[in-house]
Write a protein that binds this ligand. Structure first.
Ligand SMILES: [Zn+2]
Length: 328
């Protein structure tokens, strides 16, 4: 019974241009819920950069990667990249950390895909805790699941060809400091960093999509690389088939989201980026951004899409081509 089932699975799975199928791997809603419940709990107190809640969140993430048996990059054996207090220009009370976990590619280990989410949020204000379940516990939960799926594939003999860095940054809410620190003190050379997928707010449904929760906003994909844009479109069509909404990718859009999250520090360095985002909602940057409002079905589908896109980027024969110079 088992054998027959596996046989069918192999032949029904979608195969991509990298020649390896990936649709047998899907994110688990219970895992996503567990991570968000922890990160967005009162215990972590809104995870403000430089405060106790941020340190607890960093320890939770580092522990997760240790248990998952993902590598820590050399020189960062505690899975932490330490950011000195001076770097924050007075905007943080204490030094802070980025959390880093690594999977070395088997064919092109020097070429690195960086997947980011920020784990800091707004802390507390009096009795109010800014839980930040969507912003951005959702993105961190997605990264943790994506790492688990890559690790599962690796254990089953499907080792990625290129390397992957899972980078959970701090200091985002006070001015994109964690990603600025990483890109000014890169663990792996930026010249060999092939793309950045940034995941910031992917657990909610905005008003525009009340009747179609199968969507995600994509920002930045075509700015530096048509190749990355086309790959992302193709992978989506062949797998999750979400509505990819490019409203906020328009240079004339007044929100200017392209410049407002961590991917921009990579784009500034001429690294093609893709920013995944659910749009804003009434709980944005309010204490009411809580765990029970997360739509786990939508989050799971978006997580799958990001995983499949990452899979194709690291396993495709050709490296992502860069076609524009940055607007540095
Ligand atoms: Zn955010």
């Amino acid at each position: 019974m088992k054998k027959i089932f596996l046989f069918l699975l192999v032949f029904t799975a979608v195969s991509c241009s990298s020649g390896q199928s990936y649709t047998g791997y899907t994110s688990d809603q219970n895992n996503l819920k567990q991570h968000i419940s922890k990160l967005a709990s009162a215990e972590f107190g809104g995870r403000k950069t430089g405060e106790k809640g941020q340190k607890l969140a960093a320890a939770y993430l580092a522990d997760y990667y240790l248990n998952l048996k993902l590598e820590a990059p050399a020189g960062h054996e505690d899975y932490l990249q330490h950011i000195p207090l001076e770097f924050f220009n007075g905007k943080s009370k204490d030094k802070a950390e980025n959390v880093v976990a690594y999977m070395k590619g088997s064919k092109y280990p020097d070429e690195v895909l960086v997947i980011t989410s920020h784990y800091d949020h707004l802390g507390t204000n009096g009795d109010n805790i800014f839980f930040g379940a969507d912003d951005d516990a959702s993105g961190n939960a997605a990264l943790m699941e994506i790492a688990r799926l890559f690790q599962k594939a690796k254990m089953e003999g499907r080792h990625p060809d290129r390397s992957i860095l899972f980078l959970h940054v701090s200091g985002e809410e006070i001015g994109l400091f964690g990603s600025a620190y990483y890109t000014s003190h890169p663990i792996f050379p930026l010249e060999k960093t092939i793309a950045n997928l940034n995941v910031d707010m992917v657990g909610r449904i905005d008003d525009k999509h009340k009747n179609n929760p199968d969507y995600v906003y994509l920002i930045g994909s075509d700015k530096l690389s048509k190749d990355l844009h086309n790959l992302s479109e193709k992978v989506n069509k062949e797998t999750v088939n979400l509505e990819l909404d490019y409203t906020y990718n328009d240079e004339k859009d007044p929100n200017r989201y392209y410049y407002r999250s961590d991917h921009y520090n990579f784009a500034k360095n001429n690294i093609p980026v893709l920013f995944y985002f659910n749009g804003t909602h009434e709980d944005y940057h309010k204490p009411t951004d809580t765990e029970e409002k997360i739509n786990y079905e939508a989050l799971s589908k978006r997580t799958n899409l990001i995983f499949y896109t990452a899979w194709e980027i690291v396993n495709r024969k050709e490296k992502i081509a860069v076609d524009n110079i940055s607007q540095k």
